[in-house]
Write a protein of this length. Structure first.
Length: 509
């Protein structure tokens, strides 16, 4: 049976991802994000074998225009701008047939949900499994339609992005049921192409449990864990898969033992049948011997021969019975080993699930604390700006008052004269000179004392409102903890850049 894999996940801003960056990496192209102004260039990456954009009803739109439209249409900071489906392609098919298979699936998705579907087929990694042909399928979260004005736009949310409440109100299947339907749809299309190519391999979208298999399924390693395993570094997922493989191997050995035991039992039954037949023949010969004295000697020899054969068969049966007992003991030991492996695998799965739940709970708590911390920092900065402004106004108040008085006196003295400057009196010119000098003093003082006002404001808050400062510092620590939990590891240079940027905002976060 060919390998089946189909997984789906959203492209969301809350996780730091964008539709433009995602499609640029998967298609190996360069795209400029018009919303952020950032250039995403992956034209030098290798492994992209084929790309194709599909739209409902054959609407014409360029790839970079489509995914920039997906970004600009969504306005929330945690919006989902795309959905990605990853499928494994049968290595038994040729490259052209794999391309035809993915295109058929993408066209069905585009017409079924009214969304744009962007396909990128990737070849196996040079250091990984050379059978790992797979495709990344990007879907827009909104329907792609042509408006009355003739413009192509993304409109309402597609069925795949609706909540279960919205789906129930419209009489549509739940999101879980719809995903099952998509998984079955992929299996049906793949098996159709395998059959047309006269390849016996098939895939099955059902779980091991639904198919009645006692084997446990393994987990997908992913590219990060695969890279570590190739370097000889064990991962939790790799350890789990190895335990599952050990368990499945034990189940296969148990099946072999059961088959062997059944064969021994059948042989024993056949030996018993031959023994009974021999005894019956011996009895008949004895009866004939008593009835016919002439043939007594010969019948006696024949009986002796039959009895000897029966004796040998009895001894063979005893040996087979002993072998069966040994096989049964071995089967009992295998069953005990299998039960221990199964219990160990179940405990490991339970431990991993508890760890995931604990990590999720901690992440949610850290997120709530980080949000509260952001608010506390915003309150601190607002208060700091207000106090800084008060210090500035208090410092410049005497100069501005003097400036206002001189301006008023200057305006009063100027009224009786014409507006032509050459007719002004010496006193007026002196007042104007003083006025301009005072204006320059105020400007210079504003520039020179700007940092001093900020420091005065910080000192005043620390002395008179320590609770505000404490809440901001606690908020800063909560944000650090949340970033440490959720963001990927960064180099010391990247961390230093982050600290410098946060310091520019007036507080290290």
């Amino acid at each position: 049976m060919a390998i089946y894999h189909l997984s789906t996940k959203p492209v969301s801003r809350s996780s730091g991802r964008t539709a433009t960056a995602s499609i640029a990496y998967r298609a190996g192209i360069a795209i400029k994000d018009e919303r952020t102004g950032k250039e995403h260039d992956y034209t030098k990456r290798s492994g992209v074998a084929y790309t194709q954009l599909h739209t409902p009803n054959g609407l014409k739109i360029k790839r970079n225009e489509l995914w920039n439209l997906a970004e600009t249409t969504e306005t929330r900071k945690n919006s989902r701008t795309a959905r990605e489906i990853v499928v494994n392609l049968p290595h038994e098919l040729s490259g052209r047939l794999r391309m035809m298979l993915v295109n058929d699936f993408a066209k069905d998705l585009a017409n079924q949900y009214g969304v744009a579907v962007d396909v990128a087929i990737h070849t196996p990694d040079a250091q990984g499994d050379n059978r790992n042909h797979h495709a990344h399928i990007m879907l827009t979260t909104r329907k792609l339609e042509r408006l009355e004005s003739g413009r192509v736009a993304l409109t309402s949310k597609s069925q795949l992005e609706m909540s279960n409440t919205q789906l129930k109100e419209r009489g549509l299947p739940s999101a879980r049921e719809e995903l099952k339907a998509i998984r079955e749809q992929w299996a049906n299309i793949t098996n159709k192409h395998l059959k047309e190519a006269k390849i016996d391999a098939r895939i099955d979208h059902r779980s091991h449990k639904d198919r009645g298999l006692e084997q446990l399924p393994t987990k997908k390693l992913g590219w990060e864990a695969s890279a570590l395993e190739r370097k000889g570094i064990k991962t939790s997922t790799g350890d789990y898969n190895r335990k599952v493989e050990e368990y499945n191997h034990a189940m296969q050995q148990l099946a072999i033992i059961e088959k062997s035991l059944n064969a021994v039992t059948e042989q024993r039954e056949q030996s018993n049948d031959r023994l009974r037949e021999g005894i019956e023949r011996a009895v008949k010969l004895i009866e004939n011997a008593t009835q016919n004295t002439a043939w007594a000697d010969r019948n006696t020899k024949l009986v002796t021969q039959v009895v000897g054969e029966c004796q040998r068969e009895l001894e063979g049966a005893e040996r087979e019975i002993n072998a069966s007992a040994s096989a049964i003991d071995q089967a009992d030991r295998s069953i005990a080993k299998y039960q221990r492996s199964k219990l160990k695998a179940e405990r490991e799965a339970q431990r991993q699930q508890q760890a995931k739940e604990l990590l999720l709970q901690k992440s949610q708590e850290l997120q709530a604390q980080a949000v509260k911390g952001e608010k506390a920092i915003d309150v601190y900065h607002t208060r700091l700006a207000d106090i800084e402004n008060q210090f500035e106004q208090l410092s410049l108040k005497p100069l501005k008052k003097e400036l206002a008085e001189l301006q008023q006196a200057y305006d009063t003295a100027k009224k009786p004269f014409t507006t032509r400057e050459k007719t002004w009196s010496k006193q007026q010119l002196e007042k104007r000179t003083v006025l301009r000098s005072l204006e320059r003093q105020i400007s210079v003082k504003e520039v020179q004392d700007r940092g001093k006002y900020k420091q005065h404001a910080k000192d005043w808050i620390a002395k008179n409102e320590p609770q505000t400062v404490q809440e901001a510092q606690q908020g800063q620590q909560a944000i650090k903890e949340y970033r440490k939990q959720t963001e990927p590891q960064k180099t010391p240079q990247q961390q230093q850049v982050r600290i410098v940027r946060d310091n520019d905002k007036g507080m290290e976060r």
